[in-house]
Ligand binder design. Structure first.
Ligand code: ATP
Ligand code: MG
Length: 444
């Protein structure tokens, strides 16, 4: 272990003074801040600590949106926070975070200001930080965050917004920009590329040119991240209500093919590629429409929407008209999904239902053209409903009206936590029509 207590580069970097935006010059009102989050801030203040509303909550309030959650950062250590809030617990190994519990399952997350050295400094590589050096001051905490728009603080003494990194200007100009040297920040945590794309897509912002150039240069490094983190970020994107815009940026930057290398042949380098891409974007727009309506889209439907253009590009779905043909395709798809989705840790049973939905779709398309109603044997199958859902959503993506679909009411675990609100005020995104054949299917 190195005996050094402070990395030299951290000492050398002088952090700038923040811009303080007075209450009269920013749109954030206390009324829009969660009551419990305010309570937590006042209690911390009364105990003599600094406490700010931070991160996505400040960003969303500034943009006039309802934040998904209200996170707080403070000068109090996790042990001090625990002492102030009896009904709380510490979570996280690398970064300890205190969850404060309120009635109705409400949780407010409180973190201690972090120092900048969570490995963003080149000197860190060789430096082992002493345990007591993980915490920092507000300036350090701001600079270790990902995007300027995510690094604003809101404080409760004078209700000002504190901006160390230029986030307010970027919010006004509609720019998603990684803080600091984007190449270095990405190298230290490649998931930040996904976060830049997510927040640009969600807010309808453009990505700053240096950030974009760094993403293009370093995109392959995403493959070095633990699969579980990529999966978590990806699912936030798919379920975030702006996955069409997300996919456009992910495709244009090439990040999409780092996450889904097997998808590249369907989307690049031939005449049909443009049509496949358009179908993919239209299917994702349907997913966004469902999310905007507050629907809990089952994972297998979400995956089927995502993978349908690939399956359509690789198989002649129009030739699948009978049960044996569907069974043969099912066997192929199951294997394919297992190979390709293993990294994303998709459960075997979810893969199965996804594959079932995908092979049932052509059977329904064939039956639909015959106008004779659904074949009896098919309606009796356990997977008929999921196939029908995909059929309707595919119809919507191909230009038909918004589809009425019923999903089971179950809310996926983890999303049931009452870190309230759903982030956006986006209207439904309807897909433009796709010409040709039934729902765009064509014989070549
Ligand atoms: P959302 O609305 O999706 O919750 P968010 O910006 O709040 O958006 P979180 O994942 O809740 O996103 O993260 C909270 C904050 O933590 C972010 O706003 C950002 O400041 C910081 N953060 C999250 N991930 C990273 C990262 N990989 N590197 C640096 N800072 C990060
Ligand atoms: Mg958040």
């Amino acid at each position: 272990m190195s005996g050094k207590s402070v990395p030299p580069a951290a000492e050398a970097v002088a952090l700038p003074e923040p811009l303080i935006i007075p209450r009269s010059e920013h749109p954030i009102s206390r009324q829009h801040i969660d009551r419990e989050a305010l309570k937590v801030m006042y209690r911390l203040r009364d105990a003599g600590h600094l406490a700010y509303l931070v991160g996505g909550g400040v960003r969303d309030l500034y943009l006039g949106k309802t934040p998904k959650d209200f996170d707080i950062s403070t000068s109090a250590s996790p042990a001090e926070i625990r002492r102030i809030f009896r009904n709380s617990r510490v979570i996280g190994r690398r970064f300890r975070l205190v969850q404060v519990f309120f009635g109705g399952g409400k949780i407010v997350e409180v973190s201690t200001f972090r120092c900048r050295t969570d490995s963003d400094d080149p000197a860190d590589e060789a430096t082992v930080l002493p345990a007591n050096n993980e915490f920092g001051d507000p300036a350090e905490d701001a600079f270790r965050r990902d995007l300027t728009i995510n690094a604003l603080f809101y404080e409760i003494e004078n209700y000002t917004v504190i901006d160390y990194t230029g986030g307010v200007k970027d919010l006004h100009e509609g720019v998603a920009r990684l803080i600091g040297d984007p190449g270095r920040r990405i190298t230290h945590d490649p998931v930040r590329m996904m976060r830049a794309i997510r927040h640009a897509a969600r807010a309808g912002f453009r990505i700053a040119p240096e950030t974009w150039a760094a993403i293009l240069e370093h995109k392959d490094k995403l493959a070095l991240c633990p699969d579980s983190r990529v999966r978590d970020e990806l699912f936030k994107d798919l379920r975030g209500g702006a996955c069409r815009a997300w996919a456009e940026l992910a495709l244009d930057s090439g990040i999409f093919f780092v996450i889904f290398p097997f998808y590249r042949p369907a989307l690049e380098g031939h005449l049909e590629a443009g049509r496949n891409r358009e179908l993919l974007l239209n299917l994702l727009a349907v997913q966004d429409r469902l999310v905007a309506e507050g629907r809990a889209v089952p994972e297998e439907i979400m995956l089927a929407l995502l993978l349908l253009p690939l399956v359509k590009a690789e198989h002649d779905l129009l030739a699948v008209k009978s049960q044996p043909q569907a069974a043969a395709l099912f066997a192929v798809l199951r294997q394919r999904l297992e190979e390709n989705l293993a990294r994303l840790n998709i459960k075997r049973c979810t893969q199965d239902v996804t594959a079932r939905a995908l092979v049932t779709l052509p059977l329904l398309l064939a039956a639909d053209q015959g106008q004779g109603g659904w074949p009896k044997w098919l309606t009796r199958k356990s997977y008929f409903q999921v196939g029908l859902q995909l059929f309707k959503l595919y119809g919507e993506a191909s230009g038909a009206q918004a589809a009425e679909v019923e999903f089971p009411a179950a809310v996926p675990a983890g999303e049931a936590r009452s870190r309230s609100g759903n982030g956006g005020s986006r209207g439904p995104a309807f897909a433009p029509g796709v010409k040709g054949g039934v729902f765009g299917f064509r014989k070549h």
